[in-house]
Design a protein around this ligand. Sequence first.
Ligand code: ZN
Length: 353
Amino acid sequence: MKTMPVLNTIKKRLSAFALGVVDLVVRFKRTTEKMFLPWDKWVKPEGSIAREKLFSRFPRYLKEPAGSVRCGEGWYPLVWDLCTAIEAMEHLGMPRIGHFKAEERLGGLFVRVESGSFIVKELARDAEHRAAAICEECGEPGSLQLGHGFAKTLCQLHAAQRKPHKVKTVPIPENLATQRPKLLFLDTEFTDFDYPQLISIALVAESGESYYAELENGWSREGCSAFVVEKVLPQLTGGEFFQESGYAARRLREWLAGFGVPIRVVTDAPGYDWVLMLDLLHHELPPNLYPTPLNFYSESLPELRPLLKQAHDDACRDLSPHHALQDAEALREAWEVMKEHLHPAILRQYLKL
Ligand SMILES: [Zn+2]
């Protein structure tokens, strides 16, 4: 009865000893690398590591089809350390490893390395354990964050960014407040309500111009609620609209600035749409954009609400819902209908001008 715990203890000590030896070898190797090798290619960078850098340092392990890395940048240093250790072991005569795979699943890092070596398996497991306390996005200390259909190891900052937050009220700059702004109707699709991640974003101007993008990064199918998987994802347009988020953000900033006159966003879900749009733009707004959106269902004029609701429902009937561009278009149509029923003086009051 007593042999199992004893065996486990021995195994644990052996594993700790082996990892300690590997650590020494890796440190020794790093020191010699610093002395003999062009440092910019070989030495592990401080802080964040670019994907290209990681892959060009360990092409034999990581480049497809030999291996694959599917996780956030925050965990790249762990992958780098693991590869360094494996490389050191190979230099000491260990047979070369086979397929290497590191991927994020439900907030955890899974590492699979094809190798007969006990130490390689221990190293892989060690990397997995370390990942559980490191933000997958930035590499700072983190912990598992759970939401509906969402699991990710994140630091407090990145966890807060994933949660919906209240829209901040920012005073409107004087240069903007002097004339009636041109209105832009905003709609977004996102993964779920607990940890919304932007999937697609559309803006349609009063005058008809539109902007639309679907993001190819920053969200995953696994993070989507069942509703989104069923109703939103099948409607994505794809093609030229499928864009890397940095590119989509630059395009949006240029599009907004291009109006050249004060503009203000109208949304029926400021807590989500507006917040996600600011996120995409990294809070860098063009100077002609109002720093706060106009709530389509403004609380300041509750009597307008039924009228807006009716107009919105009518507009939605002709368009397919849950496609951001169609929904933004519906919002604009509803606005037009509402305007016809509204005295200009009331409208000005609504717009607070
Ligand atoms: Zn972080």
